[in-house]
Design a protein around this ligand. Structure first.
Ligand SMILES: Cc1cc2nc3c(=O)[nH]c(=O)nc-3n(C[C@H](O)[C@H](O)[C@H](O)COP(=O)(O)OP(=O)(O)OC[C@H]3O[C@@H](n4cnc5c(N)ncnc54)[C@H](O)[C@@H]3O)c2cc1C
Length: 502
């Protein structure tokens, strides 16, 4: 293909990513600032982000849709816990209802963004992609340049091209298919097969019972256990209220209750971890067959919410174990053999298919390299202002959701905050807004922006912005506190406003 260089195309705001966050940010912007021009630039050929990428059997949310859905679009589904396809449809419906299609620029991956204080503009360089693949800029492919006044990064937090695969001796020698949950082949035949799923996180907990429905037998092989709690896929109160009240009222009430109960559970797990541990253990014991070793297989060493809590809808994992369709093995792998897995205990597990549910590779701000006036911005050296802007970086927001509650709760608040900022800039004739340097951030600057002990966070910690002691430099894991800070507090605290210098 002939090399082409298009552009520049100018917009007031560019939103990177057409997942749940990017589509939400665009909807808020279109509603609140109808005069602003904007584009949603997406590297893949389709929208939906996470909820389009992940296709493994049973893929679904852990969060209820009353809180994972947008604050402006009530969830009308029958079940509180939605499948990946239902969430994808919800995002697509939002695009149609909010009339966003014309703003989408698909197959376009932003690789660099440079801010100039002279013009108060970002210049973004993007490559055309065939399907969002991660290869470096290919000169044979089109390069597109955009300029914008404000850059809203809604790129999620992990690499799309590959999930995390640990180094396991002999993996290449296995005689059957080895499949990563992030790249599920559409035609994988699991019927009557013996499947070993390696992993213990949310993906394994979802995938294992779904596979058990069609496989001969499934073994969930984990090096260390996770906490697993049962959650009902249907909210009984919402179902009852739905017969009496309009959908919007039901949504508001259930959403409020779920927000409060998530905060309460998280606070209990932080202040009285032993209490929550006992409760989780008791609930698991009640659902598992007599004699099942709950402490070995579902009793981690860490405290609840040091890593994301895993949920099994309607107890389906525990049911599958009770039926004998699923075994849980907590052990170290010595090596993979052509027919299965040898453990360090000397035991061998036979398999026809091995599934890696071994997690994600963290990728902050979609791998975009940032520069401000020619100076490279090293993310690990920045401190995040209100968990959504970067110290010393003008006119940029990034959207990271909660780790202890539904992602969209925070994404909606960030969108609203950005709109308040944009309105403040316009009303006062400013062109730039920059969070002050990290020396103003207070103590505690060593905490990464995603404060979880999960493997993907530990592996990628150096590439994350930091958070610090003072509240405006912390990512609050509390929706009520965030609502106060992001929707009511002045937008002028701790930031500098300015004009184009040129
Ligand atoms: C399997 C799985 C289950 C989950 N379940 C839950 C849950 O139950 N509850 C919850 O709250 N959270 C959950 N999460 C977290 C989940 O990622 C969020 O819920 C939410 O989908 C994030 O939306 P997002 O738009 O911010 O990011 P994503 O969904 O990751 O979308 C980001 C988009 O940005 C695009 N992009 C990235 N970089 C670039 C670039 N440089 N240029 C152009 N485009 C780019 C990507 O292609 C993608 O389309 C889950 C995550 C996974 C992986």
């Amino acid at each position: 293909m002939q090399s082409e260089h298009e552009g520049p195309h100018h917009f007031d705001v560019i939103i990177v990513g057409a997942g749940l966050s990017g589509v939400g940010a665009a909807s808020h912007l279109a509603r609140e600032c109808p005069d602003k021009t904007f584009a949603i630039v997406e590297s893949r050929s389709t929208v939906g982000g996470t909820w389009d990428l992940f296709r493994y059997p049973g893929v679904r949310s852990d969060s209820d849709m009353y809180t994972l859905g947008y604050d402006f679009k009530p969830w009308a589904g029958e079940k509180a816990i939605a499948s990946g396809a239902e969430i994808r449809d919800y995002i697509r419906d939002t695009i149609a209802e909010e009339d966003l299609s014309a703003h989408l620029r698909l197959n376009t991956r932003i690789i660099s963004a440079e801010f100039s204080s002279a013009t108060a503009l970002w210049t973004l360089t993007a490559v055309r992609t065939t399907d969002g693949e991660y290869s470096d800029a290919d000169p044979d492919r089109g390069v597109v340049t955009f300029t914008c006044s404000f850059l809203s990064i809604c790129s999620g937090y992990y690499r799309y091209d590959e999930g995390f695969t640990p180094l396991i001796d002999g993996l290449a020698d296995f005689g059957g298919p080895v499949v990563h949950a992030q790249q599920w082949p559409a035609n994988l035949d699991c019927f009557d097969r013996r499947i070993i799923v390696i992993g213990s996180g949310a993906t394994a907990v979802t995938l294992v019972p779904a596979l058990a429905d069609r496989a001969l037998h499934v073994t969930m092989l984990q090096r260390s256990p996770s906490y697993v709690a049962t959650r009902s896929s249907v909210d009984p109160l919402a179902a009852r209220m739905g017969r009496l009240l309009p959908a919007r009222a039901v949504n508001t009430l259930i959403r409020t209750r779920n927000i409060l109960s998530a905060i309460l559970t998280f606070e209990v797990s932080r202040r009285r971890p032993a209490l929550l541990k006992r409760w989780l253990r008791k609930a698991a014991v009640a659902e598992l067959p007599p004699g099942f070793d709950v402490d070995t297989h579902f009793g981690p060493a860490y405290d609840p919410w040091d890593q994301r809590l895993c949920l099994t809808t309607d107890g389906e994992l525990f049911d599958a174990i009770s039926r004998g369709d699923v075994d849980v093995v907590t052990a170290e792998i010595r090596r993979i053999t052509p027919t299965g897995i040898e453990l360090t205990s000397g035991e061998s597990l036979e398999a026809d298919i091995i599934v890696l549910a071994t997690g994600l590779n963290l990728l902050a701000i979609g791998g975009i390299s940032l520069r401000v006036d020619g100076r490279e911005i090293v993310l690990g050296d920045t401190t995040a202002y209100r968990g959504m802007m970067l110290s010393g970086v003008p006119n940029l927001s990034l959207t990271l959701g909660y780790t202890n509650a539904a992602w969209t709760l925070r994404a909606d608040l960030i969108s609203r905050y950005v709109i308040r900022l944009l309105k403040h800039l316009d009303a006062n004739g400013f062109a730039t807004v920059t969070p002050a340097g990290p020396r103003h951030a207070g103590k505690g600057g060593q905490v990464p922006l995603i404060d979880l002990q999960s493997g993907y966070v530990r592996r990628g910690i150096a590439s994350l912005p930091r958070q610090a002691g003072r509240s405006r430099w912390r990512l609050q894991q509390n929706y009520l506190e965030d609502s106060r800070l992001l929707t009511r507090r002045s937008v002028t605290d701790g930031v500098r406003f300015g004009h184009a210098r040129g």
